[in-house]
Design a binder for this molecule. Structure first.
Ligand code: ADP
Length: 391
């Protein structure tokens, strides 16, 4: 009998990432392939790997090929695989669901219209998350599609955590804190109890990738998070500034920078890259003895430590600290600095366990347990798609 499969799509302006999960008995989802198409619109190339990361194909597409062509190539490749898998649904990552979407949703024409209403809130991402749904409605007529929101997990935040101190009329227009990386945090809420034996009451999760944010969870629900109206807020990232005095923006406007130039400065020239002047890549900076590289790393860690203090205040203390995403999962040095500077909270690092990247990296005597848990947003999307469609 053919096994069913779910395709997970995470699409950006010039790239599409995909993962294919097979649906096994007992609600088990196993990764079969993952890969993507980069350089869409310029020099596109397609690659796919198996679940162990073994390369299965690398192909160059026609110069200038668009998203629709890219999806055709990907779907054709999937169909050519003699794996006995039958594609039954597609799950999408959707950056914005406003305050009304607190759960994943099945795609309908009405839903697409509602999703389009959020484009002004996330103009750099939302259109590129929506476009593939329409392309796949055409290329795979009748196939069920589900959208999973990056904002949904954060809709449990109290109003006070979401409100900017600006005139109410702007808040009523939707200028408030939403929060992102929700699928990653949700995955951690499933994985942490499996590691710790139960869900600790007060948890801070540090999602430290190229994009980075943190969330404070009380009994598994989001109470506060560092990203806000956009994914620019909070801690410094690879190329994003994170939290910045709004007076700096006013000053730069006075200096003659326009909206596009400011957008570029804050999203693409700041963060680790801006401070170091060398790279946005943490691994490269850690290996580079230049004082500018070291300052960028120190600032990144310092700002995280400051946010830990702030998020602790939102949940009244701390029982567990979780590190995830590229930097959180792979850098003992960053974790050690953050934990050492959080010793005042009762965090005691097990140095050997940290250097070995064990799952638990705090000592038994530590008042706060510290964990390294690889995140898996794609699996979360596949799981939601499976559950929502009752497959
Ligand atoms: P994205 O937000 O793009 O998904 P990732 O979660 O893949 O990002 O994280 C990318 C970051 O992780 C980069 O800054 C990279 O240098 C860092 N990283 C990956 N491996 C290591 C490592 N061994 N040591 C330090 N940093 C690492």
């Amino acid at each position: 009998m053919m096994a069913n499969a779910i395709l997970v799509v995470n699409a950006g302006s010039s790239s599409i990432k995909f993962s294919l999960f097979s649906c096994q008995a007992q609600h088990r989802l196993d990764l079969v392939y993952h890969g993507g198409i980069a350089g869409i619109g310029t020099h596109p190339s397609f690659k796919a790997e198996d679940a162990q990361g073994q390369n299965l194909t690398k192909q160059t597409l026609a110069e200038g090929a668009d998203h629709e062509t890219a999806f055709s190539v990907m779907l054709d490749w999937l169909e050519q695989q003699e794996d006995g898998l039958n594609l039954i649904a597609i799950g999408h990552r959707m950056v914005h669901g406003g305050t009304q979407f607190t759960q994943p949703e099945k795609v309908t024409d009405n839903l697409i219209t509602e999703l389009e209403a959020f484009i002004p809130l996330a103009p750099l991402h939302q259109p590129h998350n929506i476009a593939p749904i329409k392309i796949l409605q055409k290329l795979k007529q009748g196939l069920a599609q589900v959208v999973c929101f990056d904002t949904a997990f954060h809709t449990t935040q109290p109003d006070i955590a979401c409100t900017f101190a600006i005139p109410r009329k702007y808040t009523e227009q939707g200028i408030k804190r939403y929060g992102f990386h929700g699928l990653s945090y949700e995955y951690i809420t499933k994985a942490l109890p499996q590691c710790a034996g139960e869900m600790p009451e007060r948890v801070i999760v540090c999602h430290l990738g190229n994009g980075a944010s943190m969330a404070a969870l009380k009994n598994g629900q989001c109470t506060a998070t560092t990203m806000g109206f956009t994914a620019l807020d909070g801690i410094p990232m690879g190329t994003r500034s994170g939290n910045i005095d709004p007076g700096v923006i006013l000053y730069l406007v006075e200096q003659g920078l326009d909206a596009k130039q400011l957008e570029h400065l804050l999203y693409h020239e700041s963060g680790l890259l801006g401070v170091s002047g060398i790279s946005n890549d943490m691994q490269e900076l850690l290996d580079n003895p230049a004082p500018e590289a070291q300052q960028a790393v120190s600032l990144f860690n310092y700002r995280i430590v400051r946010e830990i203090g702030s998020l602790c205040a939102a949940i009244g203390g701390l029982d567990a600290l979780v590190f995830t995403a590229g930097i959180g999962e792979h850098s003992p040095q960053v974790r050690a600095q953050i934990c050492q500077q959080s010793a005042w909270l009762g965090v005691e690092l097990d140095v050997v366990a940290n250097n070995q990247t064990a799952t638990k990296i705090s000592t038994d005597a530590s008042q706060v347990s510290v964990w390294v848990i690889p995140t898996n947003e794609e699996k979360m999307i596949a799981q939601h798609t499976y559950d929502l469609l009752e497959l």
